[in-house]
Design a protein. Sequence first.
Length: 99
Amino acid sequence: MVSTRLGQRVIEAYDVTEPGSPINLSELAPGRIGTVLSVRDDSGSTTSRRLFDLGFAPGAAVKVVRRAPLADPVIFRVAGYEVALRRVHARLIDVAPAP
C-alpha cells in the first residue's frame, strides 16, 4: 500500500530558483545544497521506498558533504544526518540546486 502511494507522488508546481532544468543528485558538486524534487519512476518501488525512508522526500534539503576518492559512494546530509549513497542511486533523485 505504501509503495503504491509513493509511486503516485506528483509535485504539481515547483519554483526552481536557478535557471535551467533540474539535475540529478549525483551531478551536485560537493558543498552545494539542493532541494529534492522527486525520485524517478524507473527506480522501482523498493528503492523508492528506501530512499524516501532515508529522508530523500520531495521538498527535503540535501547537501553534498564529500565524495570518496573513486567518486563512489557520495556522502549526503539530509534530515539532520549523513547518508552514503552510490552514484547509481543518487542518479534516481532529481533536485533543484540552491542559488
